[in-house]
Write a protein that binds this ligand. Structure first.
Ligand code: NDP
Ligand code: MG
Length: 339
């Protein structure tokens, strides 16, 4: 597998183009600000009229246009609005206005891989997908580091998509950490699997189940919070820095013995079989179909699940405990008034 770095890219390819970033949310603000710091001058942010993000983008000195205007102005258009609305955005605003031979870029493969969006044949279609949350993409860049990116080419009528995509990936900081070439299919399926089984779904279900087990057994909620949520970061930092063995080197022998003998019981045959079913649902398009249908009914279950989860006691205990640890709030990655 080939990994590219800043030295492999020609930053001028992106600097010499008009670049539109459609959406100024988690990914959008990070791409735009990192590019600006990399010396890309002709950047416009595409937002719908009355967008709540427009003041944030304007506050950073960016010019804001409608998505249709931005598509007509740009040579390179990065779509970083929520996946579920991209089909309509493309079909109504971007598709009819994109310049001949422009490059249409995505940060996740779902809409192209499952053919929800079918771009015009003259367009170059690429993906530059940072492998981290947008606020981390900005935070790491600002401290001189970067988040690895995936690069994939779906269509390349102009013959330069790889070089232009790599240039963009490096302008947003990916070339500092590594840009890995992949396909829309591989990115889409592994990304959905990772977020469902480990990063978002698996991890939060593990935390909540363990928290509830302790609290139901009569232990103090504060104790349960520290043990099952707060310490996750401390352990993950060690894994991130040097792999699982690095973490095991640092924890006590008692913790390490418990890890080997009890961990596989938590994630046993049943959990592994479920992982396989979840992967099959992703590959067959069933997950994408379920999610798009949920959007057609106004996200009713999605919004209810979001509200119910936010009301879980672990959130209230956490808010109280974090207030006693002011360093956590310093240099916060997420500041909802700005990003
Ligand atoms: P967000 O939910 O943060 O995007 C919100 C932004 O999109 C807001 O600025 C919003 O503006 C704007 N927006 C929403 N609808 C429209 C529209 N119809 N027209 C114009 N602007 C619109 O998205 P994310 O950053 O989470 O995700 C963007 C893409 O990046 C997705 O493809 C996702 O899969 C991918 N990705 C995301 C990651 C992440 O860290 N979140 C990680 C890797 C990839 P308004 O104020 O009008 O609502
Ligand atoms: Mg992901």
């Amino acid at each position: 597998m080939r990994v590219y770095y800043d030295r492999d890219a020609d930053l001028n390819l992106i600097k010499s183009r008009n670049v539109a970033v459609i959406g100024y949310g988690s990914q959008g603000h990070a791409h735009a600000l990192n590019m600006k710091d990399s010396g890309v001058r002709d950047i416009a942010i595409g937002l719908r009229p009355g967008s709540s993000s427009a003041p944030k983008a304007e506050g950073e000195g960016f010019r804001v246009m409608s998505p249709a205007q931005a598509a007509a102005w740009a040579d390179f258009v990065m779509v970083v609005t929520p996946d579920e609305g991209q089909r309509r955005l493309h079909d109504e605003e971007l598709g009819p206005n994109l310049k001949d031979g422009a490059t249409l870029a995505f940060a996740h493969g779902l809409n192209i891989h499952f053919k929800l969006i079918e771009p015009r044949p003259d367009l170059n279609v690429v993906m530059v997908a940072p492998k981290g949350p947008g606020h981390t993409v900005r935070g790491e860049f600002a401290r001189g580091a970067g988040v690895p990116c995936l690069l994939a080419i779906d269509r390349d009528p102009g013959g330069q998509s790889h070089e232009i995509g790599l240039s963009y990936a490096c302008a947003i900081g990916g070339g500092r950490a590594g840009v890995i070439e992949t396909t829309f299919r591989e990115e889409c399926e592994t990304d959905l699997f990772g977020e469902q089984v480990v990063l978002c779904g698996g991890l939060t279900s593990l935390i909540v189940a363990a928290y509830e087990t302790l609290v139901e057994a009569g232990y103090a909620p504060e104790m349960a919070y520290f043990e099952t949520l707060h310490e996750v970061k401390l352990i993950v930092d060690l894994i991130y820095e040097g792999g699982i063995a690095n973490m095991r080197y640092s924890v006590s022998n008692t913790a390490e013995y418990g890890d080997y003998t009890r961990g596989p019981r938590v994630i046993g045959d049943e959990a592994r079989a479920e992982m396989k079913r979840i992967l099959a649902e992703i590959q067959s398009g069933r997950f994408a179909r379920d999610w798009m249908l949920e959007n057609e009914v106004g996200q009713t279950s999605f919004k209810a699940m979001r509200r119910r989860s936010a009301e879980h006691p672990i959130e209230e205990v956490g808010e109280r405990l974090r207030a006693m640890m002011p360093w956590i709030a310093q240099n916060r990655l997420v500041d909802k008034s700005r990003n």
